[in-house]
Write a protein that binds this ligand. Structure first.
Ligand SMILES: Cc1cc2nc3c(=O)[nH]c(=O)nc-3n(C[C@H](O)[C@H](O)[C@H](O)COP(=O)(O)O)c2cc1C
Length: 279
């Protein structure tokens, strides 16, 4: 597997840690060599620190898991002062993509304005699945106008490339990817978790489904976008082994991110990267 050119840089392999499942990398540093990965996507960053949702935050079921973490993170100032400098001094080859979230367009803009000068960042991943409080809680990415407003505002303040992360429950995901591209996004990340419910098993009530059940859904989204648009895709959802990662690459993904499988065993993404290299 040769290196991948994307976002004006080189990923030495296509395997990333997916947003929210590897924190800012520190927790994994004693377990794996992060530099053996193509890169790491950080957990969502919001302007203020967020405690997240009440326990329980994750629940397993046969098809994978549900999570209701609620974007818990230390806030942009701490990320700028501690987390990203740590990653910058720690990583030599692995690239850093920062996942950005918020309740208003201004939240996203504040995070990007603060972080965009930091050299450690290769790109921003715009989490478009957050509820927009100014649109009655409708997700930013759920309608073309909301998505266009969000991406345009992020594009205006970012000096880094953008990838827009979309929900798998959009009626026409390729049409929404087109909106993101028209507003200046370089790539899309497909897919985020899918809304789900397991009776009384999460503190927040409902949550986001991830893991094996998401594999065919993410693959279809990747294929649909690649068939209709000449736009790079970061494929994510349900990858457990090298065969799953190869399915995303065959569907047209440039990079492949791994979340739930890495929560269960943090060595899985490095193993997959190594097996891809063997060809
Ligand atoms: C515990 C947990 C936390 C997550 N946090 C984020 C997040 O902060 N931002 C985001 O865009 N996606 C987040 N995700 C979604 C993942 O990045 C990924 O899109 C999804 O889990 C599907 O991949 P997987 O099946 O390999 O886990 C989270 C997923 C899980 C399981």
């Amino acid at each position: 597997m040769s290196a991948i050119e994307l976002f004006g840089t080189t990923f030495h392999n296509p395997i990333l840690l997916a947003a929210g499942t590897a924190g800012f990398g520190r927790e994994l540093d004693d377990v794996i060599d992060l530099d053996l990965l193509g890169g790491i996507v950080t957990k969502a960053v919001t302007p203020e620190p967020r405690q997240g949702h009440p326990a329980l935050r994750v629940a397993e079921f046969r098809g994978g898991m549900l999570n209701a973490v609620g974007l818990a993170n230390p806030g942009v100032e701490r990320v700028a002062a501690h987390e990203l400098p740590w990653l910058a001094q720690r990583l030599r080859r692995a690239r850093v993509i920062v996942n950005v979230a918020g309740a208003t367009v201004t939240d996203y803009v504040r995070v990007i304005e603060r972080l965009t000068p930091l050299q450690a960042i290769t790109a921003f991943e715009i989490n478009a699945s957050c509820p927009n409080t100014k649109a009655g809680g409708l997700e930013f990415g759920a309608d073309p106008v909301g998505l266009a407003d969000l991406v345009r505002a992020c594009r205006r303040v970012s000096t880094r490339p953008l990838t827009v992360k979309l929900s798998p429950v959009l009626p026409d995901i390729a049409a929404m990817a087109r909106v993101a591209r028209e507003e200046g996004a370089e790539a899309v990340t497909l897919v985020n978790t899918m809304p789900g419910l397991l009776d009384k098993r999460l503190g927040n009530g409902s949550g986001g489904l991830s893991g094996p059940a998401l594999l065919p859904i993410g693959l279809l989204a990747t294929r649909r976008v690649r068939e209709r648009l000449d736009m790079p895709v970061i494929g994510v959802g349900g990858v457990r082994n090298v065969a799953d990662a190869r399915e995303y690459l065959a569907a047209g993904a440039a990079l492949v991110a791994i979340g739930t499988a890495a929560l269960a065993d943090p060595r899985v993404p490095v193993r997959i990267a190594r097996e891809l290299n063997r060809g």
